[in-house]
Design a protein. Structure first.
Length: 407
């Protein structure tokens, strides 16, 4: 049975416009039933609670649909709603063309958006301060003072994230610090430490020293909670800031050593060894050779017993022997013999063969033989900056040295 709805308003009937084979409700060219739309008000029984009215009207609608050929296309102008849609689509197309024609427009829009975010963040900070001040009153403290502090924490965190979007890193770090202090006031240590870490990450881009202060505050909380692995991770972050930003190698060494101690206490020996190797490398650069030797020998002995890491032991023994070599040639010979006894695989390694050639060239005070041995080693495995520095220091002790270059 056909649907008892006007064909121009029903999307389910299998009726089609004769000229274009499209349902009249979807045909935008041939408006077959536009003329009789006012007369035919028949409704579909499934779609409406009202009963079907007028069988004659339905017959009129069906006869109008079956009329062939279709009358001339409707020249009636579109309604106001259709005109509005067309204007809107034109505006959108113009905006897209402008953005494509002027790349700076997108950047300016982003700048305006970040300015709006920053303004909103300032408002949130002011609202959070009001909440905190209101919680200090006597009556507020009795009735829901903590709730206002919690709301202030959320506002500070939201403001910090908005400052991050606006790339105002100092303000973001300050907002995270305020949230961390309020979390501590609420005895929520984990949330406080997390906020201090977020503050440190924000300050890293603007104020490295303030970032270190925030990370130290987080470390104190984590160690108090017994979370030594996380505390060690943040010690490494502080050490990296001292390496890259503040260029204070001695303080970087201290934090790497502290991280290694925490990792050892948690039986994370692999992570501890990574920190110790950093300490040894910097100690050798600062001419603290004995400290570097002890660490390299310790790490080499630990990795020697591990089937997966034992092939790295030759590298650590090689670096320890170079540190011995800088201090004294005789110490280097004795150390080389000891390492060969401890780790027989070290004897056939390229590192051991290089050490023997360097010792021989040093005894003969032959600078050319020394340089040739280093060149041969470098042609197979590239020398890094640390090895180059140590080998140059050894070369300086050879008489008749040329320009002080290894190559």
């Amino acid at each position: 049975m056909l649907c008892n709805v006007h064909p121009a308003r029903c999307n389910r009937c299998p009726m089609q416009c004769v000229p274009c084979n499209v349902h009249p409700a979807r045909c935008r060219t041939h408006h077959v039933l536009r003329a009789c739309r006012a007369a035919c008000v028949v409704q579909c029984a499934p779609c409406s609670t009202r009963s079907v009215q007028g069988a004659a009207r339905l017959a009129h609608a069906l006869s109008a649909l079956q009329r062939a050929p279709c009358p001339a296309p409707c020249t009636r102008p579109p309604g106001p709603r259709l005109r509005r849609r067309r204007r809107t689509s034109r505006r959108r197309r113009r905006r897209r063309r402008r953005c494509l024609a002027w790349p700076g427009l997108a950047a300016s829009c982003a700048a305006m958006d970040s300015t709006g975010k920053e303004r909103e963040a300032v408002q949130l900070m002011a609202e959070a301060e009001k909440r905190v001040k209101g919680s200090h009153s006597f009556l507020r403290g009795l009735f829901g003072g903590n709730t206002r502090v919690e709301e202030a924490c959320e506002m500070y965190t939201r403001a910090a994230n908005m400052f991050k979007i606006a790339k105002n890193w100092s303000a973001a770090g300050n907002a995270f610090c305020q949230a961390a202090k309020l979390h501590m006031q609420l005895q929520s240590k984990h949330d406080s430490a997390t906020s201090f870490v977020d503050a440190g990450n924000a300050y890293k881009k603007a104020d490295p020293q303030e970032a270190i202060n925030c990370l130290n505050a987080a470390i104190d909380i984590y160690t108090d909670m017994g979370r030594f692995t996380i505390a060690a991770k943040h010690h490494i972050t502080i050490a990296e800031i001292y390496e890259a930003e503040l260029v204070d190698i001695e303080k970087a060494i201290a934090h790497y050593e502290q991280a290694a101690d925490y990792y050892k206490g948690e039986e994370s020996n692999s992570s501890a060894n990574k920190c110790l190797l950093k300490v040894a490398a910097y100690a050798a650069q600062l001419e603290q050779y004995q400290k570097a030797i002890e660490i390299y020998e310790q790490v080499g002995t630990n990795t020697m017993d591990n089937p997966l890491l034992k092939y790295s032991a030759k590298e650590y023994f090689f670096k320890a022997a170079l540190c011995h070599f800088i201090v004294d040639e005789l110490n280097a010979k004795l150390a080389l013999e000891k390492y060969e006894e401890m780790f027989p695989a070290f004897t056939d390694s390229r590192e051991c063969k290089l050490l023997k050639k360097l010792l021989e060239a040093h005894e003969e005070q032959n600078c050319e033989a020394y340089t040739e041995a280093v060149k041969e080693f470098d042609s197979i495995s590239r020398l890094d900056q640390w090895l180059t520095t140590m080998l140059l220091r050894i070369k300086k002790s050879i008489q008749g040295e040329g320009d002080g270059d290894l190559k």
